[in-house]
Design a protein around this ligand. Structure first.
Ligand code: ATP
Ligand code: MG
Length: 237
């Protein structure tokens, strides 16, 4: 469904991604693992059209998408839940969700249906629909960010560290929502520092170091890998 070939991108003259090739098949959950500054968010930004691709190609559903603007990518079915959550802080939960669907120009019936669907996955948000995003807790904001991403009815969601900064119980909650999405057939490319949980809920993973993929494989293989155990799972020898 999503395929990058020799992807190179960066900021101005600064080259960050140095020729990455990876793919995500339909229905898969794939995790990108890597330390701070490895380039994980940059990968998601390059796919979502937020920074230019300097070399290489990205394909989505067989179509070349590098160089397309973000709003076009949303319409094609690609949704990014960014690291900074991407919420409109002064607006309510409901307004944020409506803005998540804005680029699709849905009729009011379809919009309502989509929103009902999202309430079903995140019932706690429904009770807070008139609350301003900025007054919500970190966990609620992150649920809202994912919910907003779902409003564009995406085929693939790119999620940038959805569990970052949350208490363990909320981390569980976030991963249980990701599991629900996966069971509904949403394809997910996930960036996580919470490597244990992320590998538990994903099919495959890629390990990124300084803008390059240094390891890839099925999640259970990665979990058993010595380097991963030591560097990312905190397992001692
Ligand atoms: N807007 C920017 N301008 C210049 N350099 C940037 C910009 N954003 C990120 N970088 C640099 O690109 C590199 C990769 O950053 P990126 O945000 O992709 O890392 P990351 O793997 O997501 O890290 P983290 O786990 O800390 O979120 C870093 O060295 C960072 O300083
Ligand atoms: Mg990041």
């Amino acid at each position: 469904m999503l395929k990058a070939i020799h992807l190179c991108a960066g900021y101005g003259n600064l080259s960050i991604l140095k020729g990455l090739s990876f793919h995500v098949a339909q229905g898969e959950v794939v995790t990108l693992i890597g330390g701070n500054g490895a380039g994980k968010s940059t990968v998601l930004k390059a796919i979502a059209g937020q920074i230019p691709v300097s070399d290489g190609k990205i394909f989505f559903k067989g179509r070349r998408i590098d160089g397309l603007p973000p709003e076009k990518l949303v319409r094609l079915g690609l949704s990014l839940v960014p690291e900074d959550r991407g919420l409109f802080w002064g607006m309510t939960v409901e307004e944020n969700l409506m803005l998540g669907a804005f680029r699709l120009r849905l009729g009011s019936k379809k919009l309502k249906e989509t929103m009902e669907d999202v309430w079903e996955i995140f019932p706690a948000l429904k009770g807070r629909k008139n609350q301003e995003a900025r007054t919500m807790s970190g966990g609620e904001q992150q649920m809202l960010a994912i919910a907003k991403g779902l409003m564009s009815d995406p085929m693939i969601m790119l999620m940038d560290e959805p569990s970052v900064g949350l208490a363990p119980i909320l981390v569980q909650e976030i991963f249980s929502r990701i599991d629900i999405l996966r069971k509904r057939g949403v394809t997910i490319l996930l960036v996580e520092q919470n490597v244990h949980h992320a590998l538990d809920c994903s099919d495959r993973g890629y390990v990124l170091e300084r803008g390059r993929i240094v390891l890839e494989g099925p999640s259970d293989q990665l979990k058993a890998n010595d380097m991963i155990k030591k560097l990312y799972l905190g397992v001692q020898d």
